[in-house]
Design a protein around this ligand. Sequence first.
Ligand SMILES: Nc1ncnc2c1ncn2[C@@H]1O[C@H](COP(=O)(O)OP(=O)(O)O)[C@@H](O)[C@H]1O
Ligand SMILES: [Mg+2]
Length: 242
Amino acid sequence: MVDVTETGIDGLDVILNGGIVENATVLVSGNPGTGKSIFGIQYLYAGVEDHDEKGIYISFEENAEDIRQAAESVGFEDWGEMVENGDIKVYDKSTMLREEDFNTAIDRLLQDFAGTTYDRLVLDSLTMFSLFFDDEKENRTYLLKFSDILKKNGLTSLLINEQGAVFPETEIGLENFLTDGNIYFIQTPTDNGVNRYVWVAKMRKQDINTDIFPMEIGQGGITVYDRAGGFSMMGSEDQPGF
Ligand SMILES: Nc1ncnc2c1ncn2[C@@H]1O[C@H](COP(=O)(O)OP(=O)(O)O)[C@@H](O)[C@H]1O
Ligand SMILES: [Mg+2]
């Protein structure tokens, strides 16, 4: 048995055969609005609340106040307090963009991680991170350096990957060599809203269930439902459209 980090979503931990392998780097992909950021918030919140594990949230898109409001909107009332007392460290848009030079900002952040007492990390998003580099080679060099430092410091990390029409030019394509796992969030429109699904496509060292499972977002964050063993991507009558 490998040591695992529970995600804070019971149904997902069942699919993951207990949780994310400790010290892994997991790519979390999906279109805008599929629940990636809420998943990241819930992952850190559960870490503090249930496991006494501290977390780091890096956001290029939002400020700390927006992130707190998002957390509170799904009932994570103690988010602000956890940030204030240092159980969750937020590097928000204003922190990340303060340095003149993005490389300097990243270097400073990586220095902060050295000898860290944090266990969990969320990068929201890897897509935005990559947009700061003009040159693909430099981008990859930094990503590899970044993921190496996450592992060296014992962090179990979620790297969020924005997909779809809003970011058509940012196909990351690093899934296979940079990450230990791949989780996809999917939504399909219906007459009265959306149907939501989660799919764990890959998790190294774990015997995972690769079916697609339904989920909802509401008070308490994300809930993943068992559906008679899930249903396959292939050949199912009611498979979600992509
Ligand atoms: N309190 C809530 N109740 C129900 N749904 C919510 C709530 N808060 C957010 N959502 C849903 O979650 C979606 C946003 O999720 P988010 O994690 O920000 O997506 P992403 O980061 O993938 O773009 C919203 O579009 C909304 O439908
Ligand atoms: Mg988001």
